[in-house]
Every structure is written in structure tokens, then in C-alpha cells.
Design a protein around this ligand. Sequence first.
Ligand SMILES: *Cc1c(COP(=O)(O)O)cnc(C)c1O
Length: 377
Amino acid sequence: MKRRFLMTPGPSPVPLFVRESLSQEMMHHRTSEFKEILKKAHEGLKSIFCTENPVLVLSSSGTGAMEASVSNLFSKEDKVLAIGGGKFGERWAEIAKAFGLNVIEMNVGWGTAPSPDELTKILDDNKDIKAVLTTLCETSTATVFDVEKIAKITNEKDILLVVDAISGLGQDVLLTDQWGVDVVVSGSQKGLMLPPGLSFISLSRRAQNAIATSNLPKYYFDLKKALKSHANDDTPYTSAVSLIVGLATALEAIKKEGLEVRWKKFSKMAEATREAAKALGLETFSQSPSDSVTAIVSPENIKSSDIVKILRGEYGLSIAGGQADFKDKIFRIAHMGWISDKDLIECFLLLEKVLGGLGYEFEQGISKLRLEEVLYG
Ligand SMILES: *Cc1c(COP(=O)(O)O)cnc(C)c1O
């Protein structure tokens, strides 16, 4: 039996102190004991989302919160702009189309971030666009988008901004209120050190007003009901009790360490990852690299899917391959949540073994040296 270790951009490792809190004996969700815990979780979410607005907890993976934001903010045939450039940006367009919205797609090349000028032009040419749907960290390409700049543009034009921060939250800086982001969605299994199963959604005053007039069909993910329950530290239907107990524990630990300390830590780990790749003679993929995950271009003649397969099969270490056209071209290493500098060093040690075994030539041990220089130098 091999120990499993995840360095994938979701799910990511769950620390023992969180797993212990997940395994507590079941409590009923309509009790003051549970409400206290949910209240703590609600407060903790506000601080990691950097907002004073409510952050709702839904029982679903992250995509559920993406869908809930579309079905609750808009009405039939509303025009929205979805920014593509990877698998998850494309998901925004797919969801909006599924709900019958009039979707304009702004597609940027995979591995690049949207240009503010191009965004401004599209919005100027389409004055009836009601919202921009975009991504903080486009996980499929390991690219961070300049949400602050995008928010500046949407605020000048009084357009809603909806941001998928499912993988980015906790690593890539996101100042929701300060930048004026209306809606931020996230999930439990990436930067928050929890298993999959919870999603989160923050709603500005402007977003709450949009919800009041939306006419799209919804039932379980009716955010009007969820907001009403949230005000009493409650959920409309049975709460995901164990996951919420774990959430409160994880958020407390993040608060204790400090969000800004963590941002710096992951930024350093991301830089170290890029530098270690470079030391091995490998290129990184993104023009605007994220602090949550790094995409590395596989050496010529070596399929990245083989690297991923061997790491998992031989060593129990999971990293992610590429998606769509880049399936065999890139591999992705996450540095989020509970993943540490030591894990990163171990990952490159094994990566060197696998690359060497596949006939790739480099100076043995060089990635560890470079990692340590950046991390501790
Ligand atoms: C993981 C991820 C999602 C999808 O989340 P699920 O929890 O699998 O539904 C959406 N967007 C981004 C940016 C992601 O990283």
C-alpha cells in the first residue's frame, strides 16, 4: 500500500486537525450548538473573502455555486459577457447558455489573461451587457486574471462582476470589497483544506438587488431563501453538518496564521516552483502565473500524461495533467491549502526521478537547490 498524496488543484490535502473535526459525532442542524458553529464559519468566510457582505454556504461542489449565481442574478435573455481562456471560463458560458442567457464570449488564448482594453471595447460595443463572468485563477492554464482591473472597468460602467475564485481563494490575492467585486464563488476542496462538497458565494448589495428581480427557474439553489436563512446563521435545507464543522476549524486555522501571511507564503512557493522548473530546463506555461497552481510544459517527446501516471503509480503522488488540447503537453503542480514548502521539495525530487527514467537530461538535484534558494535564501 502506498501513501496517497495530492498536489492536484483540487482536491487538495486535508490536515489531520480538520479530519478529526470532520469525524465528530453527528449533531442536529437545528440546534443552538450547530448554529454557533455555522456562525463562526460565516464570520470566517467573510474574512477570507475580504468582504463585509454575506457569504452563503451551499451543499455542492464549486460548480453548484457558479450555477446558483447565474440562475439567481439574471432573467431570461439577459446579456452577459463570459471571459474564456481555459476550461473554467468556458464553463461560465456553458452555464449561462443552459439558462437561456444571451452570452457574448470573450476568448483569450490559453495561458494568457484578458486585456483590459479589449474588455472595455466589448463592453462599449454592447451597452446592454448586464454582467461580466470571469475567473480569478483559471486552473486549467494556471493563470491569474487581473480582477482588480476588471472590477475597475465594470464599476465604471455599473455592470455586475461575478468571479470564480474556486481554486484561487486563499492564495491569489482577492480584495472583494475594496476592488468592488459583486459576486465571488468558491469551493471547499482547494485552498480551504477540506474535502469536496461545499461551495460558497458572496453577494454585494448590488448583487442582492439583482437577485430580487431575477425570473430564471430555481428551487434548491434559491439564494433569496439562502440569504434569509443566512441572517439567522441557518440554511434552508439540511446543512452539510460535518463539512461545516470542518469548515469552521479550517477557517480558524487560516485566520490564526493570517491571510496575508498565507498569500506571501504561496506566492513564494509559486515562484520557487517556476524557478525549479527553469533549473530543469523546462518552461512554465502561463503568461500570468497564479500563486495557487503552476503549469509546466512537458519536455519534447515526453507526454505529460505519462509523467502524471508514473508519479501516481510508482510514488502515490498525484499532480494534474493538462486539459483539452494540452492534455499531453503540460502538467500542473498545486501549491494551495495545506500543501507546504516541504511537499514541493519532495514533489520535485520525485519529478526528477520520473523525468530521468523517461530519458530527459538535466543536472540531478538542481531543482531542490533552486527551490531552497528561493524558499529559504
Ligand atoms: C475546480 C474548479 C471548478 C469546479 O469546481 P467543482 O468543485 O469541481 O465543481 C471551477 N472553477 C475553477 C477555477 C476550478 O478550479
